[in-house]
Design a protein around this ligand. Structure first.
Ligand code: PLP
Length: 399
């Protein structure tokens, strides 16, 4: 059966690379997933920071089942009062700093970024958008335009023409903040760069970025799609680093394992999308009630179990267990988001082969294939961290 399924996968499911991992998933629970033959994998990717509350979390499963039984899709987003959307929006607003209080739900991270860009253009009447080098904000043509130059050219060049009037600056360069001017509608940044290979902000950089945006009247957009919901040791990285953006983009863990995205702004800013033209931004499935119910259950679970606070100590434990290995050049980390730098892509790919055999799911970063990722569910226990780090060290020994 496995062979037939894999053949059908290759023939009928659209592929994203010439050599997919092809591990068949039978079920998943906590920090593990299992193949049909019962082989167990530590999931150290968590769907790229999606499964923060662990796989098959009973609270999330229950919320999905209950909401699916009540109602699923009724009408395009924004027309009806649907309790799961409203309750989740209220909860998100209560956790974000003022004035971020109005939540526009969409289906994915890229769509949240698209909405944020449109909102910034609409509010400022300007067109220029500035992103960071080695940024990843999604694969739609708008979000892809933000990939930054020169590192993003490999992807952008294959799909031009993309959005005009986009330029990139170096993350953490104070000098390049001068490129933000009175022409700039918005600057979009990940507070901790994810696909650059986990690059936290330099001291005071995000504050300086905020100040420069205020000076020239540009809006500041934070992409918290990877960093949100406890990953960096606070519920949101903007809170961790003490800088409030004008718009924040959320997705991944937002849906508790279901597809959901959102962009959040003040009510005044968000209301500009309601007129001139009316229906200027619409989505059929955005804020799907089942996804919102799942997300709210996951968020409650994070808060009740203090998973955000615990993420810092868990990340620090991984770091302490791996940093002294002679093959490890550096560990870059924010909370429980780690890049283990090996300084060589050959070594990193050799690790991937060993990981597959030893039951570890990890991967590398879009712009950094010399380091591997550790971003497990935030529910991972101390024993599981020690055991998986032990397996990782055994693989490092064999390099
Ligand atoms: C920081 C960041 N922004 C945006 C996205 C795009 O999200 P999606 O794949 O849901 O469109 C990703 C996905 O990896 C991401 O890491």
């Amino acid at each position: 059966m496995g062979t037939i399924l894999r053949k059908a996968f290759l023939e009928h499911v659209g592929q994203t690379s010439p050599s997919p991992m092809m591990i068949e998933v039978a079920r998943a629970e906590g920090v593990f997933f299992y193949t049909p033959s019962g082989k167990r994998y530590y999931d150290l990717v968590a769907g790229v920071s999606v499964s923060n509350v662990g796989h098959a979390n009973p609270a999330v499963v229950r919320a999905v089942q209950e909401q699916a039984g009540r109602y699923m899709h009724i009408m395009v987003y924004g027309e009806m009062v649907e309790r799961p959307q409203v309750e989740y929006a209220v909860r998100i607003a209560s956790l974000l700093p003022d004035p971020l209080e109005s939540v526009y739900f969409v289906n994915s991270g890229a769509e949240a970024v698209e909405g944020a860009m449109k909102l910034a253009k609409r509010c400022t009447g300007r067109t220029e958008i500035i992103s960071m080098r080695r940024a990843y904000h999604g694969s739609t043509q708008g979000a892809m335009s933000l990939m930054g130059t020169p590192e993003g050219e490999e992807w952008k060049n294959a799909f031009r023409p993309l959005l005009p009037d986009v330029r990139s600056i170096e993350f953490n360069s104070f000098d390049e903040l001068q490129c933000i001017t009175g022409r700039t509608a918005c600057v979009i940044a990940e507070p901790v760069q994810g696909e650059a290979g986990v690059r936290p902000p330099a001291d005071d950089y995000l504050q300086a970025l905020r100040r420069r945006c205020d000076e020239v009247g540009a809006m500041l957009v934070f992409d918290e799609i990877q960093t949100g919901f406890g990953r960096t040791g606070e519920m949101f990285a903007s809170v961790k680093y003490g800088v409030t953006p004008d718009i924040v983009c959320l997705a991944k863990a937002l849906g508790g394992g279901m597809p959901l995205g959102a962009f959040v702004a003040s009510r005044e800013v968000m209301n500009t999308l309601t007129v001139n033209p009316t229906l200027g931004h619409i989505t059929t499935f955005g804020g799907h009630p089942v996804c919102c119910a799942a997300g709210l259950a996951a968020l409650d679970y994070i808060v009740e179990n203090r998973l955000a606070e615990k993420a810092e100590a868990k990340g620090a434990l991984y770091e302490s267990l791996l940093a002294d290995h002679p093959q490890v050049k550096e560990i870059r980390r924010s909370g429980l988001l780690l890049a283990v730098e090996l300084g060589s892509s050959d070594k990193m790919f050799a690790m991937m082969e060993m990981f597959a055999r030893e039951g570890i799911m990890s991967d590398w970063f879009l712009y950094c294939d010399t380091a591997f990722r550790i971003s497990p569910p935030l529910t991972i226990s101390e024993d599981e961290i020690r055991d998986s780090a032990h397996i990782i060290r055994k693989c490092l020994d064999r390099l």
